[in-house]
Design a protein around this ligand. Sequence first.
Ligand SMILES: NC(=O)c1ccc[n+]([C@@H]2O[C@H](COP(=O)([O-])OP(=O)(O)OC[C@H]3O[C@@H](n4cnc5c(N)ncnc54)[C@H](OP(=O)(O)O)[C@@H]3O)[C@@H](O)[C@H]2O)c1
Length: 283
Amino acid sequence: MTETVLITGCSSGIGRETALSFLADGWEVYATARNPADVETLGEEGATIASLDVTEDDDVERVVSRIVDEHGHVDCLVNNAGYGQPGPVEDVPVDRVHDQFDVNLYGPLRLIRAVLPHMRERGTGTVVNVSSAAGRIAVPGMGIYCGSKFALEGVTDSLRGEVAEYGVDAVLVEPGPVDTDFHDRANGEIEGIERSGAYERFYQMYGDRQAVDGGMPGAVSPKEVADTVLDAANVQDPDPRYPVGTSAKVAEYGRFVPAKWRDRLYETFSELSTSDWAKKLFG
Ligand SMILES: NC(=O)c1ccc[n+]([C@@H]2O[C@H](COP(=O)([O-])OP(=O)(O)OC[C@H]3O[C@@H](n4cnc5c(N)ncnc54)[C@H](OP(=O)(O)O)[C@@H]3O)[C@@H](O)[C@H]2O)c1
């Protein structure tokens, strides 16, 4: 029987590559996006395409019901859709915090709640939540994004213990910087923020100098993340979390460094990166 995967946020980046990796591996792929025109080329590659905004309950219910009607089962759910809301905590208005959590946390929850009854009934299934190294280590200037990914990590860790007895796995994939449109969009999300004037150093680091996630050195390809997601879906007994790329692996260990030392390291890094010589060197 062909295995079926539902993937969110396939219009670009990691989601698109994940759809291609599952297709190449022979899965029945439901590639979803807010605008179906953005996934038409995946349709030409063999995916079934559907419109799905993860903030819309009706979309989630419609797509999951369709898969169950057409195939009787969902073997894997990949919660990939997400974006980064940068900005110092004081400056980000609460409605933007809500939007960030609606996509990065409530979206995955809506989908998990929709697919789990079917997975439990069959006694098998894998939920892969695309988190981030920013879900393990929080940095100043990215508190709202980090908060959404920390929350996703906590929910996934709890979920894993709850569904294990039903043969369902819950897995976290935690990339460091990835070479996608993510950072362009994050920089766009900074623009609408009314700056208090108190935190220009952080705007300079994360927005003005385009250093959010994918804009950073050492970024991995979206294909590397996609293949990790596929591996997690294919193995019998997946690991709870899969850091992808050197930065993400370092972040795993960084958690064991006392918070005071981490703060000091970050302070030194931010002073260096905004210094005059660094500006001359990196623009
Ligand atoms: N790139 C990185 O450096 C990096 C690092 C760690 C983790 N991640 C995580 O990886 C995931 C994918 O990001 P990416 O790097 O591939 O960035 P991307 O190219 O910007 O892709 C993000 C995807 O999420 C979709 N999306 C946003 N809001 C949505 C909504 N309400 N409903 C459905 N889809 C929505 C976007 O669709 P639209 O085109 O319709 O906006 C797009 O398809 C995200 O969860 C991100 O947090 C990325």
